[in-house]
Design a protein around this ligand. Structure first.
Ligand code: NAD
Ligand code: ZN
Length: 344
């Protein structure tokens, strides 16, 4: 569903899914909205459970396991549905909870591809930030005890998505920019990658066009545009892959805890050799919105930490292959990767 005010239809949307007697819906709400008007607009009724989540740190498998236990303790009956309301982190939490309610063990057991055996509980996405494409992707990205990797499966996909551009009002400019650039970088990495195909190109080109309108021009409906850009960017990478920037941002995130959007911006600014036109345009976007990125993040790191960062990035084989081709290892050596990190 798309449109200003479409959030008001959420109650109607889930009404037809309230099927089990004594069951309930769980509203997974980014705690940034605690006590805010949006919280009061949730279409809660009966035994529905409000589950505020904190995303100061990106979602961890231990946090998912804790939230699932909390729902199980709340009622022996399974919820009829989960609604995730927030940015990419909250949407990923909602996806992971809905999977884990129907699959045994810890969420860490399912980090990988197609490891989930049973379909998820019905789940709905309501993004309040735009850019990650988490509303449409088949992954729920989690940091586990040994790796940062998504639960990738067809069951991860949301059953329903409510895109209401009004929900983007009030996002601080920096956060709006970082998450929006995640989308811009998805497009550049998809379109310039070796895995590109007509499906990904169709969505990626439209998403890129919308990003340019949002970040280089002035439009009163820029939030509508960014929501669609995010969705299309997600569709584009669904059938291709991201590239060098995302691989490097995973290393920053794993070792330094830097969030996805800002991590992508930090890494992208040093990738002019690989994405010259994209980086030039990105810098114009930063200038227009007066964004300054943190620098010298790796200065105090010892060799072990830097080594782990390089390993984390280079382990993402499909991303490098998409970016640099099958002989990527000759082009992105450990030394080159380390040199890039040292500049950050
Ligand atoms: P986020 O969800 O981590 O939120 C960033 C900050 O913005 C938080 O402090 C949050 O409370 C706040 N926030 C959210 N909505 C707000 C609003 N309307 N007004 C004010 N503040 C608001 O940010 P994100 O960039 O959307 O998501 C990043 C996460 O998404 C990472 O965990 C990343 O791993 C994940 N991700 C997932 C996919 C996927 O396909 N599943 C793709 C890319 C990134
Ligand atoms: Zn991304």
């Amino acid at each position: 569903m798309f449109g200003r005010g479409s959030f008001n239809q959420l109650g109607d949307v889930i009404a037809s899914k309230r099927l089990t007697p004594d069951s309930y819906f769980v509203f997974v709400l980014d705690d940034v909205f605690t006590g805010k008007p949006l919280e009061k607009r949730l279409p809660m009724q009966g035994r529905d459970l409000l589950l505020p989540v904190n995303v100061d740190d990106e979602p961890k498998t231990s946090y998912i396991d804790k939230l699932v236990a909390q729902i199980r303790a709340y009622s022996p009956v399974k919820p009829d549905g989960i609604v995730g309301i927030g940015g990419g982190s909250t949407l990923d939490i909602a996806k992971a909870i809905s999977l884990m309610l129907n699959n045994p063990g810890s969420s860490a057991d399912y980090q990988g591809w197609d490891l989930i055996k049973n379909p998820s509980v019905y789940h709905v996405a309501v993004p309040t930030l735009a850019g990650t494409g988490a509303e449409i992707s088949r992954t729920a990205i989690l940091t586990g005890p040994v790796k940062k990797l998504g639960i990738n499966s067809d069951y991860t996909l949301f059953h329903q998505i409510v895109l209401d551009p009004e929900l983007l009002a009030g996002v601080p400019t920096d956060q709006w920019f970082y998450t929006g650039m995640d989308c811009y970088i998805h497009d550049i990495e998809s379109l310039q990658g070796t895995f590109i195909n007509e499906f990904s190109k169709a969505y990626g080109e439209k998403s890129l066009e919308l990003c340019r309108q949002v970040f280089l021009e002035d439009h009163p409906d820029k939030d509508d545009k960014l929501m669609m850009a995010s969705y299309f960017g997600g569709m584009s990478i669904a059938y291709s892959q991201v590239g060098a920037c995302h691989a490097l941002s995973y290393g920053l995130s794993y070792v330094l805890g830097i969030h996805h959007g800002i991590g992508c911006c930090i890494a992208f600014d040093y990738l002019e050799e690989i994405y010259p036109a994209g980086v030039e345009e990105f810098r114009r976007m930063m200038e227009k919105h007066k964004i300054s990125l943190p620098r010298q993040l790796t200065v105090g790191l010892d060799d072990k930490a830097l080594d782990l960062m390089v390993t984390t990035a280079l382990n993402l084989v499909p991303l490098w292959e998409n970016c640099l081709g099958p002989d990527w290892q000759k082009k992105m050596t450990r030394e080159r990767c380390l040199a890039l990190y040292k500049r950050m």
